[in-house]
Every structure is written in structure tokens, then in C-alpha cells.
Design a protein around this ligand. Structure first.
Ligand code: SF4
Length: 309
């Protein structure tokens, strides 16, 4: 199979920019929003302390004090992008963005969609926080707007999910995907490469399982050790080794080869965290990592979907 013509990019995978250009013929930017949510995996509803890699601070806006409204955050975000973009997605990013009564969710999402040139929503959440009322709400939005539901998974292996204190198992993720499938929602899954105790085979099993599900997009990054997290402590007391750049590049390329060519690759590196970043050093140079991934695929004469069945 040759590289699909619809990618329309110089990459060896179907990146988000190409996806937006295919759909709308212009740049579309995701504007990150901190709407003040918490997370049941931090507040004791499911567990305390959260996932071992989560620093629990929330967005930079939250650290500065009282949060601006959703509308204000969108207006500020738009200023940064003009005049390059003409359309925007309101990306509810911080913590668990469906963890509130559905009436409150509707008020916040409506506020975002009322802003000029906001064409849709991207809602980051956990697989155990998408009950039928939330799915109904999002499906209704999806009749008129472009809507992504971003589900954190990280690994299909329950032993790993337990070790990183995710507070849910793989079946819970499958249930969430099944409930959403067949509607108008686009589903994006988040996975991490380099999780403690995972072999290469474990990572490839995660990729193959995702490839077989009705999932439209994926975000991938390497495990990062941050100051103030349980993982950061494990790194400092040398009870864990983080993935090397060479291994990450090789595994990302393997994963991309297994995914369907039409699955949108929304992210291949981690963002932010500079002030509390501990390791691995190489992961902070995002551009270098992205170039190196493309080079690794070139070296193999390979591309996303090459081994997709
Ligand atoms: S689910 Fe997300 S917000 Fe909640 S503890 Fe884990 S990483 Fe942090």
C-alpha cells in the first residue's frame, strides 16, 4: 500500500493539521480551556493522589489564581493565533472535563460554542466519567458541531493500569468506546509509551487493540518524570528507568505502522511541564523528537498503517 493521497503532508503519518485542512480547507486550532474541573482519581471518589505521573496542579491559569471564564479563555487564545486561523475547537483539557452534573457541563460547553468561529468541542476525560447523560449531551452537540471525546487509556494492560493508579481497567475503556460508537462523536485515545513494567510486546498489543476499535484519533507520548509526582520520586530514588530516545522512536514507529491510515495522529510528544520537568532530557525537545520520528519511518521506508490489518 502506498502512502495515502489524502494525507496531503510531507510526513509519514496522518497529522492533525492535514485532517483539519481536508475537512475545512483551512487551519483549525484547539484552544485549551481550564473550566475548573477536578478529577475523581484525585479527590477520593475513585482514589487519592491520581495517576503516578500526574502533577495535580492543573493549568498555568489555575496556578495564577481565579480562573478566567470559558469565554475569556477562548478570546485570549484566539488573539494568539490570529490571523493564521479562521476556525477553532474549544479544548476542555484540564483534569476530567465531564466530572460534573450534566446541566453544568451544558452551560460550560454552550459558553464555548457561543464564541465566534468556534466550530466544535474536544473534551478530555476518563472512561469512567462518560455516563449515558454525558454521551447524549455530546451526541446532540455533534449533530451541529465537530466534537471529539478524548479518553485517557495509556495501556490496555490491567497490571499496568493498576501500577500507575489509573483507577479503571481496560474493560471500562472498551465499555465507553462501545457506548460512543455509531454516533457522531469522534473518539481520541491517549496512550503512553515507556510505562513501568511494560515490554515492547505490551506496547504493540496496546496499539493492535486500539487499531481494531472504532477510534478516530490518538495522542501518544513518552512517560515523563515530574517533580511532585509519585513517578518523580520513583525516578529520583532510582526504582524506575525511563525510556531512551532510541527506544521511543523505534516503538512509536512500530505503533504507527499498526494503526489504520485514517486514524488522526493528534500528538507524538508531551507538552509543557518545563518548570517541574525531571526526565528524560531528550523529551523536552519536541521538534527534534518529531523530526526523528519521521526520519525513523523514512529509514524503514515505512509509514502509518503499513502493518495495519
Ligand atoms: S485521570 Fe488525568 S487528571 Fe486524573 S489523576 Fe489521572 S492524569 Fe491526573
Amino acid at each position: 500500500m502506498p502512502k495515502p493521497a489524502f494525507w496531503k503532508n510531507n510526513k509519514r503519518y496522518y497529522d492533525l493539521k492535514s485532517y483539519w485542512r481536508n475537512l475545512y480547507g483551512c487551519n483549525v486550532h484547539k484552544l485549551p480551556i481550564d473550566a475548573g474541573f477536578t478529577c475523581p482519581n484525585r479527590d477520593g471518589s475513585i482514589a487519592y493522589g491520581g495517576c503516578i505521573y500526574c502533577d495535580g496542579r492543573g493549568s498555568k491559569l489555575r496556578q495564577k489564581g481565579e480562573l478566567p471564564t470559558v469565554a475569556e479563555q477562548i478570546q485570549n487564545g484566539k488573539k494568539f493565533y490570529k490571523p493564521h486561523a479562521s476556525k477553532f475547537i474549544a479544548y476542555f483539557q484540564t483534569f476530567t472535563n465531564t466530572y460534573a452534573p450534566v446541566e453544568k457541563l451544558q452551560t460550560l460547553y454552550d459558553e464555548a460554542l457561543a464564541e465566534e468561529n468556534v466550530i466544535g468541542l474536544s473534551i478530555g476525560t476518563r472512561p469512567d466519567c462518560v455516563g449515558p447523560d454525558v454521551i447524549d449531551l455530546l451526541n446532540n452537540y455533534a449533530k451541529k458541531y465537530h466534537v471529539w471525546l478524548e479518553l485517557g487509556l495509556q495501556s490496555i494492560h490491567d497490571k499496568t493500569l493498576q501500577l500507575i493508579n489509573r483507577g479503571h481497567n481496560f474493560q471500562r475503556f472498551l465499555d465507553a468506546v462501545n457506548v460512543c460508537a455509531g454516533g457522531n462523536l469522534n473518539i481520541c485515545v491517549h496512550i503512553i509509551i515507556g510505562l513501568p513494567g511494560e515490554s515492547d510486546k505490551d506496547v504493540l498489543q496496546t496499539a493492535s487493540s486500539i487499531a481494531a476499535l472504532p477510534i478516530n484519533g490518538i495522542k501518544i507520548h513518552s512517560l515523563l518524570a515530574l517533580e511532585g509526582t509519585a513517578l518523580g520520586e520513583m525516578y529520583k530514588n532510582e526504582s524506575i528507568k525511563l525510556i531512551t530516545k532510541e527506544k521511543y522512536l523505534s516503538l512509536v514507529a512500530d505503533v504507527l505502522e499498526l494503526l489504520p491510515p485514517e486514524m488522526v495522529i493528534q500528538r507524538l510528544t508531551a507538552d509543557g511541564y518545563r518548570d517541574i520537568f525531571l526526565a528524560p532530557d531528550w523529551a523536552m525537545n519536541k521538534l527534534d523528537v518529531l523530526n526523528a520520528i519521521n526520519k525513523e519511518l523514512e529509514r524503514r521506508d515505512s509509514y502509518q498503517g503499513k502493518h495495519y490489518r
